[in-house]
Design a protein. Structure first.
Length: 242
């Protein structure tokens, strides 16, 4: 159980982030929900957490790619909740295209949100974890970061980067009692993948179906509570990457 713990979840207004926020709330954690723009959706998730599970939940508008905004947001979360015990770096975007024609902007934006966004959050929460002599970080990578994917060079690079970030942070903070792990989802049924249902790749999933946000949230909650696992990459992909 996570009673008394404070969980900061990025990209929590929909999809996997929403499922993670609600799962952690169901285990008793208070939730600081970071969202990019859809305030109504973020507040609806907070209401569900508070009314269904009786925890405190609050939404924060913040672009995770912006170092200064992240610093201010973490400061505000600390003022509101006292600290952060669990950080889930879930915010992510895709800007797919073949590498031969990919726009520089599309490469930079994906790295800025998916990889630097996770760094920014870790960078500004680490002081709190060190002070608490503990904490857990769960970063959402992707099967694409492990296997690569044609048409997603920017996204795959960002998600492979998240794995390197995860393992480095795990090594750096282990002596402080802080764990850092990654979840690598495969094809999960969310807004991000709504065009993929009929793709040939989806048809190659050994378990024969896309995953659900709740199945990813289970893995995140497991890693958030697992004191003796760090630097791991947990695949939640129906067997696609084996
Ligand atoms: P989604 O598109 O439904 O949700 C992404 C969330 O991130 C949204 O709430 C969005 O507002 C937020 N976000 C985007 N840019 C942001 C920014 N600059 N600052 C703050 N928040 C921002 O996507 P989904 O499917 O729920 O994905 C969540 C995570 O899981 C992403 O990191 C994604 O790359 C990863 N993932 C998803 C897979 C899938 O099949 N859906 C597979 C593998 C990984």
């Amino acid at each position: 159980m996570l009673n008394g713990k404070i969980a900061l979840v990025t990209g929590g207004s929909r999809g996997i982030g929403k499922a993670v926020a609600e799962k952690l709330a169901s285990l008793g954690a208070d939730v600081a929900l970071v969202y990019a723009g859809n305030r109504d959706a973020a507040e609806a998730v907070c209401r569900t957490c508070a009314e269904t599970y009786g925890v405190r939940a609050r939404a924060y508008c913040c672009d995770v790619a912006d170092f200064t905004q992240v610093k201010q947001t973490v400061t505000q979360v600390k003022a509101d909740f006292g600290t952060v015990n669990i950080l889930v770096n879930n915010a992510g975007i895709t800007r797919d295209g073949l590498v031969a024609t990919m726009q520089e902007r599309d490469f930079d934006d994906v790295i800025a949100v998916n990889l630097k966004g996770a760094f920014n959050m870790i960078r500004h929460c680490t002081g709190l974890f060190i002070r608490n002599r503990g904490g857990s970080i769960v970063n959402i990578s992707s099967v694409t970061g492990v296997m690569g994917n044609a048409g997603q060079a920017n996204y795959a690079a960002s998600k492979a980067g998240v794995i390197g970030l995860t393992k480095s942070v795990a090594r750096e903070l282990a002596a402080r009692g802080v764990t850092c792990n990654a979840v690598a989802p495969g094809f999960i049924d969310t807004d991000m993948t709504k065009t993929l249902h009929d793709s040939p790749l989806a048809a190659t999933i050994p378990l024969g179906r896309m995953g659900t946000p709740e199945e990813v949230a289970e893995a995140v909650a497991f890693l958030a509570q697992a004191g003796y696992i760090t630097g791991a990459v947990l695949h939640v992909d129906g067997g696609i990457a084996m």
